[in-house]
Design a binder for this molecule. Structure first.
Ligand code: SAM
Length: 197
């Protein structure tokens, strides 16, 4: 399903948007912010900026939400803070305020692979986690447990390359890019992963 190709020849981005179903939120969840070094925090900020840049290619950028966004994040983030959505509190509260009770959590430890059936959810969650120290193993499932504890239905889904998570880039912005290539351009998972390797 290639939603953009069908319309882009004749419609402006605003017109295109109005014709399509409501776009989901792409949430970068900073639940584990305090586990990072200052250098890693800088990397998270950079990857959030790059995620904004990617989303702007398809959407407005507002669909990018950063939750658990504290003052330190806001001061370290050099991207356009006013053009993305930031939420200081828990992801579950952000979801509830937006009437969302089910999400897809992108999780390399998940059993199931992300598929087209998952594209109807109103929010995708990516862990705002940078792994340089090797001390953050299995931190993504913790985000899922936190959400489930707050009553949110969580579909944990992994992205794979020829069936395996090995070979899939784990940077936040690349994970977002892969989802967008699949969802908006209708590419297969393998094709989308190759483009972001
Ligand atoms: N150390 C974390 C862990 O063990 O759970 C992984 C952090 S990874 C650098 C940052 C985020 O990218 C993850 O929280 C997850 O949302 C996403 N991610 C990375 N690789 C993924 C994959 N193969 N499938 C789905 N999501 C992935």
């Amino acid at each position: 399903l290639c939603m953009v190709d069908k319309f882009e020849m004749v419609l402006s981005p605003e017109e295109l948007r109005s014709k399509l179903p409501e776009w989901p939120y792409f949430i970068i969840d900073l639940y584990h912010w305090d586990r990072h070094t200052q250098e890693e925090k800088g990397k998270i900020c950079l990857q959030v900026s790059q995620s904004y840049g990617l989303l702007r290619d398809y959407f407005t950028g507002r669909e990018l939400a950063v939750t658990w966004a504290n003052d330190e994040f806001k001061s370290m983030f050099h991207g356009p803070l006013e053009r993305i959505t930031t939420y200081t509190g828990p992801t579950s509260e952000f979801l509830r305020e937006n009437g969302i009770d089910e999400v897809v959590l992108l999780d390399p430890w998940a059993e199931k692979v992300l598929s087209e059936e998952d594209f109807s959810v109103k929010a995708f969650i990516i862990g705002g986690i940078v792994d340089t120290g090797g001390n953050k193993k299995k931190t993504t499932p913790k985000i899922g447990e936190e959400l489930e504890g707050a009553g949110i239905k969580v579909r944990r889904r992994k992205i794979v390359l020829r069936g395996d998570v090995i070979g899939v880039p784990d940077r936040i912005n690349r994970i977002l890019g892969i989802i967008l290539k699949m969802m908006v351009e209708g590419k297969s998972m393998d094709e989308a992963v190759y483009e972001f390797q």
